[in-house]
Unconditional design. Structure first.
Lengths: 115, 116
């Protein structure tokens, strides 16, 4: 089953705090795990992505932690700011040469950062 | 550089009608994917096109079809609209499935379709 399960559904964090969103997957053939940020009325924007050959990737305040054996990955937002308030989606994809690389998305986490 | 563009922004249609949505990928990108995002859910994959050929199809009925043009822009067509087709339709642009390491997909702003 090509499913990605995301939690929590909603998250409220104080300004300056750490936001943590978790995802779990079933299909061990997934080989690319991006996170997207979506503001109301906008399309998803690619935030950060990881391949399964590394356990962590950091870009600015955003870090992905990847646990291949547990089939889990998470997004950490350090020093969360009110401007980070958005819906975050994890995703996973498989693709081989010549075939489609379709993204399978989680159900989303609505993050609210309080000022 | 311009990102992914989609038109129209909003659209209201009646059940049973047909709709055509349009997408222009990022310059230099040759692959376009279409996703449907129902309110409160994550996007669902509909199609991917590369070099004018369909490379993948999600679990959507035959009422959904798409094509890609020589300039790599794409159209999504939906026939016999149902109320359940109301959603945000997203186009994603990527370099193409044939190139190693080019996994990133960049989304446009979407077309909000309302079926009444």
């Amino acid at each position: 089953q090509q499913q990605v399960k995301q939690s929590p559904q909603s998250l409220i964090v104080q300004k300056g705090g750490i936001s943590i969103i978790n995802c779990a997957y079933e299909n061990t053939a997934f080989d690319y795990f991006p996170w997207y940020q979506q503001f109301p009325g906008k399309g998803p924007a690619l935030l950060i992505a990881i391949r399964p050959d590394v356990s962590e990737k950091k870009e600015g305040r955003f870090t992905i932690s990847f646990n291949k054996s547990a089939k889990q990955f998470s997004l950490h937002i350090m020093d969360s700011q009110p401007g980070d308030s958005a819906t975050y989606f994890c995703a996973a994809s498989i693709g081989s040469s010549g075939s489609a690389r379709q993204l399978t998305f989680g159900s989303g986490t609505q993050l609210t950062v309080l000022p | 550089d311009a990102g992914v563009t989609q038109s129209p922004t909003h659209l209201i249609k009646t059940r049973g009608q047909h709709v055509t949505l349009r997408c222009s990928p990022i310059s230099g990108h040759k692959s376009v994917s279409w996703y449907q995002q129902v309110l409160g859910q994550g996007p669902q994959f509909i199609f991917q096109y590369y070099e004018k050929e369909e490379r993948g199809r999600g679990n959507f009925p035959d009422r959904f079809s798409a094509r890609q043009f020589p300039n790599y822009s794409s159209e999504l067509n939906v026939n016999a609209l149902l109320l359940g087709d109301s959603a945000l339709y997203l186009c994603a642009s990527s370099l193409g499935p044939l190139r190693q390491g080019t996994y990133e997909q960049y989304f446009g702003p979407g077309t909000r379709l309302t079926v009444t």
